[in-house]
Design a protein around this ligand. Structure first.
Ligand code: NZQ
Ligand code: ZN
Length: 381
């Protein structure tokens, strides 16, 4: 096992009715004024918005709103939020929604404490040294943004989908009530399942040091997600399945699975972010397209782990069968597995590869994942 530091300062409040206490959780930090950030309106199709407002009012917390965060969130909206936060002496950001809303809240939190352009953090021109506290009430489980310091934003002008990672934007408190997720569409449930699985397998397959314990956590998360996804596609209101899915999602990207590993990377995310940036493909859908192609291309680099995956998840020691079965499972739950299914033409591959190589360079693997290599991978999709 490699040396590591594991520090995750997010408090999780998990369970039924917890959203009604968000005002209390914020008030406990002495905060009196927040920017309430949400998406396209799903929180108003239930009583959630009213419940949040009631809880803020009960705890005498003033708020102003930023609505309309889209899936694959945009820098322009982030900048709107930063301006609102600066002009209104906002003390904290409250995100109510999925990963896109949480990520926007984090970027606003960092940008509100910075004199320059928030994009500087995304292109590694500046380091985050300060941020407003972030609170979340999650309505969709997939990204684990609720318990990590990552945020991924698309620059609408340059079409780059880049990320920040700082413990300073880890949410202070995240509320996870699985009941709030019962209305997530079957489509997004499938994309979320793919996303969670992807977070686990990136390092699982690419690490040069991978303790068995870490592999076993990953396999447990994958099995849990596959099992609960199938239950939820049949019965979206199954609370226990929804709860296990949500908790597994959090463990997938809160720093637990890579702790003690070495040499791991996130190539599938690196490539997928370009599908989202250039074609506005939903993140999980893009991953379902990239992952089988990448696995076929990469498997010989770590054949023992691919055999292990196949054995543990699908009961076969043949690496190819593991890849085939995973791809079949993605299709079965309703996720696309080819570029064609997400309406990306073959002649779009080169631009995707050039865009993805930009992310690869940002993530220190621009030489390994050259434009030519990414084209080779995407040709398989
Ligand atoms: O905007 P609203 O109306 O809320 O609708 C959303 C959105 O259309 C809807 N939704 C959310 N909760 C719902 C609901 N609909 C009905 N009932 C509910 N309870 O679902 C749609 C998708 O929401 P979004 O937040 O975009 O999904 P997700 O949580 O999958 O977030 C995806 C974003 O997170 C980034 C992705 O790249 C993508 O931009 N990621 C963030 C990461 C992180 N912070 O660590 C890591 C990930 O790998 C990922 O890159
Ligand atoms: Zn992801």
């Amino acid at each position: 096992m490699n040396n590591f530091t594991y520090y995750n300062p997010t408090k999780i409040e998990f369970g039924k009715e917890k959203q009604n206490k968000i005002g209390e959780y914020i008030e406990q930090s002495g905060i009196k004024k927040v920017l309430l950030v949400y998406g396209g309106g799903s929180i108003k199709r239930s009583t959630l918005y009213d419940d949040i407002v009631a809880s803020l009012n009960k705890n005498s917390i003033e708020f102003i709103e930023l609505s309309g965060v889209v899936s694959n969130p945009l820098l322009s909206k982030t900048n709107e939020g930063i301006t609102l936060a600066k002009e209104n002496n906002i003390e904290a950001i409250l995100a109510v929604g999925g990963g896109s809303v949480a990520d926007s809240a984090k970027a606003i939190a960092a940008g509100a404490k910075y004199d320059g352009d928030v994009w500087d953090f995304f292109i590694q021109k500046a380091q985050i040294t300060e941020a407003l506290p972030v609170f979340t009430v999650m309505t969709l489980s997939a990204t684990a943004s609720e318990m990590n310091g990552n945020a991924v934003i698309i620059n609408d002008e340059t079409k780059q989908k880049y990320s920040i990672a700082s413990v300073l934007v880890n949410p202070k408190v995240s509320v996870i009530n699985p009941e709030l997720m019962a209305t997530v569409s079957k489509e997004y449930l499938a994309y979320s399942a793919v996303d969670i699985i992807s977070h686990c397998i990136e390092v699982y397959f690419t690490a040069t040091t991978q303790p068995h314990f870490n592999s076993r956590i990953v396999e447990s998360i994958i099995k849990t997600v596959m099992e609960t996804t199938e239950i939820l596609l049949e019965n979206p209101n199954d609370y226990d399945a929804r709860a296990e899915f949500a908790w597994a999602a959090i463990q997938g990207l809160n720093g637990l699975t890579p702790a003690g590993t070495a040499g791991g990377s996130f190539p599938n995310h690196m490539i997928e972010h370009s599908l989202s940036a250039l074609y506005n493909v939903a993140h999980g859908a893009g991953l379902a397209v990239v992952i089988p192609a990448w696995m076929k291309w990469y498997k010989e680099q770590n054949i023992a782990q691919f055999k292990r995956f196949s054995q543990e998840i699908f009961g076969s020691d043949d690496a190819d069968i593991g890849i085939e079965k995973l791809e079949e499972w993605f299709s079965k739950i309703g996720a696309p597995t080819t570029l064609k299914e997400v309406n990306i033409p073959r002649d779009g591959i080169e631009a995707l590869a050039i865009n993805a190589n930009g992310t690869a360079t940002m993530w220190g693997m621009g030489e390994y994942y050259s434009v030519e290599t990414i084209i080779e991978i995407l040709e398989r999709a």
